[in-house]
Design a protein around this ligand. Structure first.
Ligand SMILES: Cc1cc2nc3c(=O)[nH]c(=O)nc-3n(C[C@H](O)[C@H](O)[C@H](O)COP(=O)(O)OP(=O)(O)OC[C@H]3O[C@@H](n4cnc5c(N)ncnc54)[C@H](O)[C@@H]3O)c2cc1C
Length: 422
């Protein structure tokens, strides 16, 4: 209960705090907010615009998939401990309980001047405020040979949970005992800093049970493990001795057949290649001209999450340029969404946004199906620097992997899915 209350911002008092204490009586009845993307950020934003406006503002959520599928816990599908269907939540809660219009479609264009979005199946929708939460685009073309290998289904990413997660599990099942699985990690920033390190632990967990002569090799373009390093390394060596090999500072520059080519080091051949390329903001944000940070990420005003390139377009989640210490995580996207939703409702009501928003993050990683480690942090808006900064002394790391945190991790997932979609 405590966890759920924390995520939801402590009920009615929390909702008012999000709005900076303003009353909802000034919310115009005719305003329309369109949300693009029904993932961790978009689903939460859609729901909270409705809640914070006392269900007065019209909200349309556009998402091409039938249901939300969670990336968190998806590495457990590779391990064999969970089914993909257990990670899915329908959008019916948003429709029925919150009166949100959910449109199953893909937004092919945004016109910031006319304030319209164009749907791939035809037609357009007008907005007063637009929220974009399109997640990341995997830049397959930055690794020569990867686009072709991916199109043929040979080299997968499974970095968006769905059919590819199941396909990668099948590749692992088909691997003979004694085979080699190789995962490559791009330079940070990328979606979910601890995700790759969790993934190799869970693939090793499967190998330990089913094919103990096999091997996991992790090629990291970064100089060291980017999150929870000591905890991951300890878990790898103690739980899976001899099974996982970690090679830092290995940047993939090409793929030929089953061979990885590196910038400096020797080529490496593996049976299953799982190549994660560099990432940038989802395609719709890039093509709308919002990716003004290194042409990869969307710059936002952190007080409102409005794009610095276009008025009345708020961008949240993995697609944005991060403030220091702010990870690309589902919990963070959920947190961005609440600040953005409150700012949108305030602005549409003619009020100033909350001047002191707070963000939270907790990231649980499974190092075995029943053992978990976490990292947590709190981030406050610092007016003088117009950015979020990690609150000194907030959050922290697990002292060691443990079974109780596995229960917390499952509770976290259940609660955040209910918070975003229920
Ligand atoms: C293996 C793995 C493990 C992870 N584990 C954790 C974890 O334990 N904890 C954690 O907090 N985070 C975790 N993450 C990270 C988390 O999944 C992301 O940070 C989060 O999904 C980002 O939310 P988002 O809303 O930005 O994007 P998403 O959740 O990806 O949502 C984007 C949505 O936008 C839709 N979309 C895109 N373009 C369009 C368009 N043009 N029109 C309409 N819809 C569109 C997509 O279909 C998608 O549904 C993990 C990620 C991975 C890959």
């Amino acid at each position: 209960m405590q966890r759920r209350a924390l995520i939801q911002g402590a009920g009615a008092t929390g909702l008012l705090a999000l709005l900076g204490g303003c009353a909802t009586s000034r919310v115009p009845e005719s305003a329309k907010v369109v949300v693009v993307g029904g993932g961790y950020g978009g689903a939460t934003a859609a729901k909270y615009v409705r809640l914070l406006s006392d269900h007065k503002i019209d909200v349309v959520l556009i998402e091409p998939n039938d249901s939300f599928i969670s990336c968190p816990l998806s590495n457990l599908v590779l391990e064999g401990a969970r089914d993909l269907s257990s990670l899915a939540t329908s959008y019916d809660g948003l429709r029925r309980q919150h009166g949100i219009t959910v449109v199953k479609d893909y937004v092919s264009a945004v016109d910031p001047a006319k304030k319209t979005v164009t749907l791939a199946r035809g037609g357009s929708i007008r907005y007063d405020k637009l929220v974009l939460s399109p997640g990341v685009e995997l830049q397959l073309d930055t690794v020569p040979g990867l686009s072709e290998a991916h199109a043929e289904g040979r080299v997968l990413q499974a970095w968006k949970a769905g059919p590819e997660t199941v396909a990668l599990r099948k590749q692992l099942e088909a691997l003979p005992d004694g085979g080699v699985y190789a995962l490559t990690v791009p330079e940070a920033p990328y979606r979910c800093p601890p995700g790759p390190y969790e993934r190799v632990a869970l693939v090793a967990s499967y190998f330990k049970k089913a094919k103990p002569k096999s091997k996991v090799v992790l090629f990291d373009a970064n100089p060291d493990v980017t999150s929870k390093g000591a905890l991951f390394k300890k878990a790898w060596s103690e739980l899976y001795p001899g099974l996982i090999e970690y090679r830092p500072q290995h940047k993939v520059v090409g793929i030929e057949g089953n061979t990885l080519k590196f910038e400096v080091q020797e080529n490496f051949k593996a049976d299953v290649l799982n190549v994660l390329p560099q990432q940038r903001a989802g395609q719709i944000a890039v093509q709308t001209g919002l990716a003004n940070s290194n042409k990869r990420w969307v710059g936002v005003d952190y007080l409102t999450f409005q794009s610095t390139a276009a008025k009345d377009i708020h961008v949240i989640g993995d697609a944005i340029q991060l403030a220091a210490g702010m990870p690309k995580s589902g919990h963070m996207a959920n947190s961005h969404a609440k600040v953005a939703a409150a700012a949108i409702v305030s602005e549409l009501s003619g009020l100033a946004p909350n001047p002191k928003p707070l963000l939270t993050n907790t990231c649980y990683s499974f190092v075995a199906p029943d053992l978990v480690v976490h990292v947590a942090s709190v981030h406050e808006y610092v007016e003088a620097e117009k950015t979020f900064k990690t609150v000194a002394g907030s959050g922290g790391l697990s002292s060691e992997r443990n079974a109780l945190e596995a229960q917390y991790a499952l509770g976290w997932a259940k609660n955040i899915w209910a918070d975003a979609l229920g």
